[in-house]
Design a protein around this ligand. Structure first.
Ligand code: PMP
Length: 469
């Protein structure tokens, strides 16, 4: 039997071996940028990355909220090796594997929120595309073939493929692709209190106004034309860890139900334990029809995403055509499923979701105490181990920095130089790029590591304030 390391053992990094190459020469691999080459990582253990130039980096963002159990967990490495030896690949047209079946059963044990079945794909964008098609097929099978429209939200992100990009509101990523998208998508205001709640507006009035806007949009499009409302339960990268006001999701769900519109919650970033519960929607008063999950599902050990659906969805298709008219060569890939299965078992065995909730409280406390008073820190928001810090030029007016400064990116770069990786993001404020950074460390990050992260963040913010304040 494999013995599993404790949180403390996991946090002891093992540096690269003597034989490791000490540097890398940029070659033919295309990164996002043609001109800027990212740091090369030779190895990683727990929350620490070891670079080819000899530096070590404390990963306070889990990549992009991906790493949940840290790197190099021995039982996951064993599971990967066992699955590779058992069977590396079969096509789902004719075959299944225990790994894929067990993963679906584990995730849906007790039918959380009424979720009934799972469909596994390779990436978050693929999951969102599949969710869109599943929702469309559901209406199609019920004879409502006129439904083609999706309502999503400003400041949301759902992926980079054509249809998922159409749901997204990340302005910069869409610029070269105008007219290159799924045409039947419109966006309403996000439940983003810091930027969208009016002065003197109560939380209840804010919620009611947002829900009314959703209903008005359904009526404007035609309530019999809308397939689904799509939103991140807790908004991730674009707006930066935005939790909805009380009653928002219950209100949106009620409006969806009134008009036979499906509710799709995107939990690719905020789900899989990241917010301190197995699904973020379990912390809200809502039962979505379809949920997408990804990043934390495989914890970065394998590319995998999932589309989870309730009985309302499965019943119609099971009793109709009997098949989801969609599929990919690598869906329910055995290696990815076996890997994610073990990651999810580790999370349960090591009680990492409640650890995430506890460490999240500590992180919030540290952030508010150590950086809350800094003059450029406009807002600190989040839940679980999913936190964002929004930067502003003027705290009173909430005016953002000149986008040319790239304040958030500069803070990220400075923190990296000091040995801590954080994730930069940018919402849109009055048509301009805003600035925030995102913290989403592995759930088993230690107290000492969290203190280091916040200390470094404070130094980095202060150094940028000195230059641009
Ligand atoms: N939805 C959300 C909420 C996400 O955060 C992301 C990735 N940041 C995606 C979808 C797309 O996932 P992927 O990058 O794996 O395609």
């Amino acid at each position: 039997m494999t013995s599993h390391p404790t949180g403390d053992e996991l946090s002891q990094p093992t540096p690269p071996t003597e034989e490791s190459p000490s540097s890398y020469i940029p070659g033919r691999l295309l990164h996002r940028s043609f001109t800027h080459h990212p740091a090369s990582v030779l190895s990683a253990k727990a929350s620490t990355l070891f670079l080819s130039d000899g530096r070590s980096i404390l990963d306070a963002c889990g990549g992009a909220a991906v790493a949940t159990i840290g790197h190099g967990h021995p039982s996951v490495l064993d599971a990967i090796s066992r699955q590779a030896q058992d069977v590396s690949y079969v096509h789902t047209q004719a075959f299944t594997t225990p790994a894929a079946e067990d993963l679906a059963n584990l995730l849906l044990e007790g039918q959380p929120g009424g979720l009934d079945m799972a469909f596994f794909v390779g990436s978050g964008s693929e999951a969102v595309e599949a969710a869109m098609k599943l929702a469309r097929q559901w209406h199609f099978e019920r004879g409502e073939t006129q439904r083609v429209h999706f309502v999503a939200r400003q400041q949301g992100y759902h992926g980079n493929t054509m249809a998922s990009m159409s749901l997204s509101s990340n302005v910069a990523r869409k610029i070269p692709y105008q007219g290159f998208s799924y045409p039947h998508v419109t966006h309403v205001s996000p439940p983003f209190a810091y930027r969208y709640q009016r002065d003197a507006e109560s939380e209840e009035d804010f919620t009611n106004r947002l829900v009314q806007e959703v209903e008005d949009e359904f009526l404007r499009i035609g309530t019999d034309k809308v397939i689904a409302f799509v939103g991140e339960t807790v908004i991730g990268a674009t707006a930066g860890c935005v939790t909805p006001p009380k009653g928002y999701w219950a209100g949106v769900q009620a409006v969806c139900q009134k008009y036979g519109i499906l509710l799709i919650l995107d939990e690719i970033m905020c789900g899989s334990g990241r917010c301190g519960a197995p699904f973020a929607f379990l912390q809200e008063d809502v039962q979505p029809d379809i949920v997408t999950v990804a990043k934390g599902l495989g914890g970065g050990y394998a590319p995998i995403a999932g589309v989870l659906m309730n009985r309302k969805v499965t019943d119609v298709i099971r009793n109709g055509s009997g098949a989801f008219v969609h599929g990919h060569t690598y869906q329910a890939h055995p290696l990815s499923c076996a890997t994610a299965l073990e990651v999810q078992k580790v999370i349960r065995r090591e009680n990492l979701i409640s650890q995430c909730a506890q460490m999240g409280k500590l992180l919030e406390e540290l952030l508010r105490r150590e950086i809350g008073g800094l003059k450029s820190v406009g807002d600190i928001r989040g839940r679980g181990l999913f936190w964002a810090v929004e930067f502003v030029q003027d705290k009173n007016t909430k005016a953002p920095f000149d986008p040319k400064i790239g304040f958030g990116v500069k803070v990220q770069q400075d923190a990296f130089e000091r040995g801590v990786a954080i994730y930069p993001g940018a919402g849109t404020i009055d048509g301009r790029r805003g600035d925030h950074v995102l913290l989403a460390p592995p759930f088993n990050i230690t107290r000492g590591e969290l203190e280091t992260v916040v200390e470094v963040l404070r130094e980095s913010i202060m150094s940028q304030e000195a230059l641009h304040g």
